[in-house]
Design a protein around this ligand. Structure first.
Ligand SMILES: NC(=O)C1=CN([C@@H]2O[C@H](COP(=O)(O)OP(=O)(O)OC[C@H]3O[C@@H](n4cnc5c(N)ncnc54)[C@H](OP(=O)(O)O)[C@@H]3O)[C@@H](O)[C@H]2O)C=CC1
Ligand SMILES: CC(=O)[C@@H](O)[C@H](O)COP(=O)(O)O
Ligand SMILES: [Mn+2]
Length: 374
């Protein structure tokens, strides 16, 4: 029985991961999990699974939950995330939103656990540190992000030296059919209406700005140890091809499937095995697949991400933190959609890069640029 713990169990990835665990009770058991503040969803989860430990954000919630569930240990705050990361499980699914996932991911690696990685911000902020630590402790980082899971699957049995380039597909997000001029008046509700995927609020906005693809290019650099000039992006409005790998002989291997994150989640849990699943792709209703070259002037956030990773040092962490800050303000209705890009660009331009930053330096800039303080 493989013991799995989840950071961010109440989120979009987290709840789908719980479904995967429940569909495979003979293979996997939930050791512990963390949530933020969604105790309503927590009660629903605890009606069907009983982890040994649950971490909540607020200590007040911890106290009331302890009284209601006497057989479960409750912990709280960032120490709580660390306790889940250091538990007895074999694998940690990191599905919290944002760079808050970085410290517990490192702790889990130090404890020798494999990581099922959904939380892309962790690798964007500190990819080199995370991957070095994974190698040092001989743990596997298995991608959950759909594009990276696709690439990981396309590369099974292949030699990394024979890769020419990765082709990461992009749906284009909620505003893919609007010009830049038309973006001035868009609303939060429109931005949250992703054409293909039901996801958490922050990543849905990242898809609309195309920052999600920028984060994914940087994530791919670290996961697959490739320079970003060999990581390309392609508009593909159906999100049916989740990504592709082109090899030196021009052969291209693609991975296809419905827009259902339970696939990548289950594959990360069961790897190297594949387990049966429902919801197959139906070629009788799939009438066409569209492709269009990426337009970097229309989607300037993607260009910013390529620039950030080329500059290196603290810049990707600063870009990520600035984006988390700006998206949070957009979600609160405080700024407009195009302000997100303006804030990220302004903060990046004002940042004096530190090369080869250590973890403390990255966490310092992460905190500063996620706030109004800078
Ligand atoms: N959703 C998707 O399909 C995909 C998501 N990803 C990545 O996976 C990660 C999670 O995304 P998604 O599931 O959509 O996000 P959600 O917003 O749906 O869920 C986020 C989870 O993190 C918890 N959380 C948020 N902030 C904190 C905090 N400060 N401390 C502790 N817990 C916190 C939330 O708790 P609560 O709700 O209880 O407050 C929730 O459990 C992101 O990095 C995203 O980019 C990658 C590919 C696809
Ligand atoms: C499901 C998933 O992996 C998301 O990251 C998804 O890819 C978002 O879609 P786009 O960023 O392509 O709009
Ligand atoms: Mn993705």
């Amino acid at each position: 029985m493989k013991k799995i713990s989840i950071l961010g169990a109440t989120g979009s990835i987290g709840t789908q991961a719980i479904e995967v665990l429940k569909n495979n009770r003979d293979r996997f058991e939930l050791e512990s999990m963390s949530i933020g503040r969604n105790t309503t969803r927590l009660h629903e989860i605890l009606a069907s699974v009983t982890p040994k430990m649950v971490s909540v954000m607020d200590d007040g919630d911890r106290k009331s939950l302890e009284a209601r569930y006497p057989t479960i240990t409750f912990v709280s705050g960032e120490d709580g995330l660390q306790a889940v990361a250091a538990d007895d499980s074999d694998m940690l699914l990191t599905a919290v939103m944002g760079s808050i996932g970085l410290p517990p991911t490192l702790t889990a690696i130090e404890n020798g656990k494999d990581i099922a990685l959904a939380n892309k911000e962790t690798l964007v902020a500190a990819g080199e540190i995370v991957m070095d630590k994974a190698r040092e402790h001989d743990v596997q980082i298995i991608p959950v992000d759909s594009e990276h899971s696709a690439i990981f699957q396309c590369m099974r049995g292949e030699s990394p030296s024979e890769i020419k380039r990765l082709i990461i597909t992009a749906s284009g997000g909620s505003f893919r059919d609007l010009s830049r001029d038309e973006l001035h008046d868009v609303t939060l509700a429109d931005a949250l209406n992703h054409p293909n995927w039901a996801m958490g609020r922050k990543i849905t906005i990242d898809s609309a700005t195309m920052m999600n693809k920028g984060l994914e290019v940087i994530e791919a650099k670290w996961l697959f140890d490739l320079e970003v000039d060999r990581i390309s992006t392609l508009l593909h409005r159906e999100s049916t091809i989740h990504s592709m790998v082109e090899f030196v002989d021009n052969s291209i291997i693609a991975q296809l499937g419905n827009s259902d994150m339970k696939g990548p989640i289950q594959f990360a849990f069961s790897h190297p095995e594949r387990l049966a699943m429902d919801n197959p792709l139906d070629f009788d209703t799939l009438t066409q697949l569209n492709f269009k070259p990426m337009d970097f002037e229309r989607f300037r956030m993607l260009k910013l991400a390529y620039e950030a990773v080329e500059i290196g040092g603290t810049m990707p962490a600063v870009m990520n933190a600035s984006n988390e800050y700006a998206v949070d303000r957009f979600l609160k209705g405080e700024i407009s959609f195009l302000d997100i890009e303006k804030i990220v660009e302004l903060r990046m331009n004002g940042h004096e890069v530190i090369d080869e930053p250590d973890l403390e330096t990255i966490l310092y800039y992460d905190e500063i640029f996620k706030s109004d303080m800078r």
